[in-house]
Write a protein that binds this ligand. Structure first.
Ligand code: UDP
Ligand code: MG
Length: 331
């Protein structure tokens, strides 16, 4: 079947629902129930690709039981916790569907929206992403920092990320294939989604609080996530130092001219300790900051050139309908 020419209004596509799991035991049953309900209501074939991102509770056991009971459920067990971005990458690479849906396991992304997303896909959109209408469930601090991040990111990069869009989205197989071809190891998914482009549309939804458990994102993690995002998609922080240096040089030159002129007119003037200290400390600070920025990029170049895989799969659990005992693939 040539996927580009298929008539989407009548096609019955295979939907791959990709779900990353990290310590999601408390609400996992409810999640599967809601997801199955949502998928049963859709006229399409489906599979669920679960990625266990090194959970330390019983998430994996539950997922394997689910896979055993339902041959449409496939489970990838990663060898350790690689982080959500890597888990999503693993899921996207394992999904075989004509349409992929990325969804969180904590029920913050309502599965009931998948039907609407698919309807937009049938209209011809390749990417349908969820945009949260409100962030009432986030703390004020998180809202302010998130807002600030999007504004900064979108000023610095040529491929803006829609504000308040998460990873909850549907995408066509062609988009997923292009994503898979991107070679970088630092998988800042929001940025990568924006970079690949394609005909996209948004669906607004109300994002509830977590059903159970707690978010794995501390402020420190979020800060590092933001740094990853900015440094993978913008070289502005590197280049800005050229202009800062230029500005400081011009000012120094003017000041030097003034000093020379004053010495010629008024003679040698010994006191000057305070101004010297200020200049030295100020320039020292600027130099350290710029070195730090170079270090940030150098560290990332280092990670990229090592060419390590983005994730490692320990086992794959996928049971054939007739044979509920042995996994059909282990690696
Ligand atoms: N997640 C993951 N690996 C991690 C952290 C989170 O696979 O290291 C999964 C998690 O199980 C959930 C999704 O990513 O399905 C979103 O995580 P979380 O709810 O902690 O993020 P938030 O909703 O606060 O952005
Ligand atoms: Mg969440």
């Amino acid at each position: 079947m040539n996927r580009n020419t298929v008539d989407r209004t009548t096609a019955s596509p295979l939907i791959s629902v990709v779900v990353p799991f990290f310590n999601e035991e408390p609400a996992i049953e409810q999640f599967f129930r809601q997801l199955a309900d949502a998928l049963e209501g859709i006229e399409a074939e489906w599979e669920i690709v679960c990625v266990d991102d090194g959970s330390r509770d019983h998430t994996l056991q539950y997922l394997v039981a689910e896979a055993r009971a339902n041959p449409r459920v496939k489970v990838l067990e990663l060898s350790r916790n690689f982080g959500k971005e890597s888990a999503l990458t693993a899921g996207i690479e394992a999904a075989t569907g004509d349409v992929l849906v990325l969804i969180d396991a904590d029920l913050q992304d309502p599965p009931s929206l998948i039907g609407q997303m698919l309807a937009r896909w049938r209209e011809g959109y390749d990417v349908v992403y969820g945009v949260r209408q409100s962030r009432d469930h986030d703390s004020l601090g998180k809202r302010i920092t998130a807002n600030g991040f999007y504004r900064l990111f979108n000023r610095l990069t040529p491929t803006p990320v829609p504000a308040n869009a998460g990873d909850f989205r549907l995408m066509d197989r062609r988009v997923a294939d292009r994503l898979r071809e991107l070679p970088e190891r630092t998988r800042f998914m929001k940025g990568l989604f924006a970079w690949v482009g394609f005909k996209s549309t948004a669906i607004a939804y109300h994002r509830p609080g977590r059903e159970a458990g707690q978010s794995a994102w501390s402020y420190w993690k979020l800060w590092n996530f933001a740094l990853d995002g900015l440094t993978s998609f913008s070289t502005m922080p590197l280049r800005v130092w050229t202009y800062v240096g230029l500005g400081v040089s011009v000012l120094s030159f003017l000041y030097a001219t003034f000093l020379i002129f004053r010495t010629l007119v008024a003679g040698v003037d010994l006191p000057g300790y305070a101004s010297l200290m200020v200049v030295i400390l100020f320039l020292g600070g600027i130099q350290l900051i710029s070195l730090g920025v170079i270090g940030e990029y150098l560290g990332r170049v280092f990670i990229e050139v090592k060419q390590r895989p983005v994730y490692l799969v320990d086992r794959i659990y996928h049971f054939a309908p007739s044979d509920p005992e042995t996994p059909d693939g282990e690696s």
